[in-house]
Design a protein around this ligand. Structure first.
Ligand code: NIG
Ligand code: FE
Length: 412
């Protein structure tokens, strides 16, 4: 058993389903609170106003010293298993090359693909495990990770196996997404349809049979995959038990968010260029908008219309998109800052976006994302006293103590 006492403010959304509209802002705030954690790493009870739970006096105790406690952060969108970096691309962009031009000239994702194909499974594991430790230090306790830097059977499976090992051998829950449709590999240059068929015939059945992924994602974008190609792949994946995610409207709005709504995708991600029709469609379908503000910053593109999405009743999550091209940061606290200042969401909306709504975007809403009896004991004691401070301070790591499944990780 573990007791956390003397919590100045415990701030958490409540429930296991995504919160939308005005409910995204409704969080529970308890003062002078305590949390009792059982030996299985789950939350046994939550008390407030100085009341302590019934437990023996000699159990392990953490004094939260009047600080803020929230659920552990959930990063619902990353590409964290990759070889190499792409720092050399930034000067090209400064000289005027666009993200899609670099990709279509064989750089970008295709550059990372070469490094990822060359790396051994152990090398990829060691590198990604180090990233995950860094994330834990920033207060992240659950993370999603996509494949998509292999784009052939061997390397996509290698990436997914690394993700499975990360889930088993690091403290975090690591949720795997199959993203074979991340770009068109040179072997299929000019033949997006042929590549989609290859994914459906050769990769999806193996990924599903070996239970290597919980979701299937696709990059719908000009010169990459169109909505019809994406639909074919995502429906085939759904038939094999893999729910859909979509990289939608990242640079150009070519029907990504509308398709996500039409096929009942769990989430549509990016949405920088989403138009009114996409917002209206997603509001009807209940698809979660997973927004990635650090990517807007890094690509020097517009920020998603987060306020319009919340007003329309779309549940909003916020994640990093950590990857070597469009977001080389794995710091979800930075995404929180961007959500605050650029999306102009309220601190309570942001807290829901990086905990419960993010958990629901990756099928983890029953287990994590809130501090309630029965949920996994994933939480952060912050060097802050309330959620507005978390959103406001920029560039310093405000995580003080991170607790994952009841285990304590001191970050400083
Ligand atoms: O979400 N858009 C596609 N995928 C990533 C970028 C991956 C990369 O550039 O390596 C994204 O932005
Ligand atoms: Fe992404």
């Amino acid at each position: 058993m573990l007791l956390i006492k003397n919590i100045g403010m415990l701030a958490t959304p409540i429930g296991s389903t995504a919160r939308c509209g005005t409910a995204q802002r409704e969080i529970t705030q308890l003062y002078n609170a305590s949390i009792l954690i059982d030996d299985d790493g789950n939350i046994a009870s939550v008390t407030a106003n100085g009341e302590l739970p019934h437990c023996s006096n000699d159990i392990q105790t953490i004094d939260a010293k009047g600080l803020l406690v929230t659920p552990g952060l959930v990063d619902a969108h990353t590409h964290l298993v990759f070889g190499g970096w792409r720092n050399h691309e930034v000067p090209l962009k400064i000289s005027g090359a666009s993200y899609l031009e670099i990709l279509n000239a064989g750089g970008g994702i295709l550059n990372t693909l070469n490094h990822t194909r060359e790396a051994s499974e152990d090398e990829l594991f060691d590198r990604s495990a180090a990233f995950i430790n860094e994330m834990l230090g920033f207060g992240v306790t659950t993370v999603e990770a996509k494949s998509g830097y292999g784009l052939n059977l061997e390397t996509e499976l290698k990436q997914l196996r690394v993700i499975r090992r990360l889930n088993r051998n690091t403290p975090l829950d690591v949720i795997p997404t199959f993203m074979g449709a991340h770009a068109i590999p040179t072997e299929f240059s000019g033949d997006a349809n042929g590549y989609i068929n290859y994914l459906i015939d050769e990769l999806l059945p193996v990924v599903a049979k070996e239970k290597l992924a919980d979701f299937c994602d696709v990059f719908i974008e000009d010169t990459i995959f169109d909505a019809a190609q994406a639909k074919k792949l995502l429906l085939a994946a759904q038939n094999l038990g893999l729910p859909s995610k979509v990289h939608a409207d990242e640079i150009n709005a070519i029907g990504g968010s509308e398709l996500a709504a039409e096929i009942g995708a769990v989430s549509a991600e990016h949405l920088l260029a989403t138009e009114d029709s996409g917002i209206a469609a997603m509001a009807k379908s209940g698809t979660i908008a997973c927004l990635l503000p650090c990517t807007s910053l890094y690509l020097d593109k517009p920020f998603a219309r987060a306020r319009d999405m919340i007003s329309a009743g779309i549940p909003v999550a916020i994640a990093t998109d950590f990857n070597p091209g469009s977001c080389p940061s794995l710091n979800l606290q930075l995404a929180i800052n961007m959500g605050y200042i650029r999306y102009r969401l309220y601190p309570e909306e942001i807290l829901t976006a990086v905990t419960l709504n993010a958990a629901c975007a990756i099928g983890m809403g029953e287990k994590v994302g809130t501090i309630e009896p029965g949920k996994q004991a994933d939480m952060v004691i912050w060097n802050a006293h309330d959620p507005s401070m978390l959103c406001y301070r920029m560039g310093s790591n405000q995580a003080n103590i991170v607790i994952k499944k009841g285990k304590i990780y001191e970050t400083r």
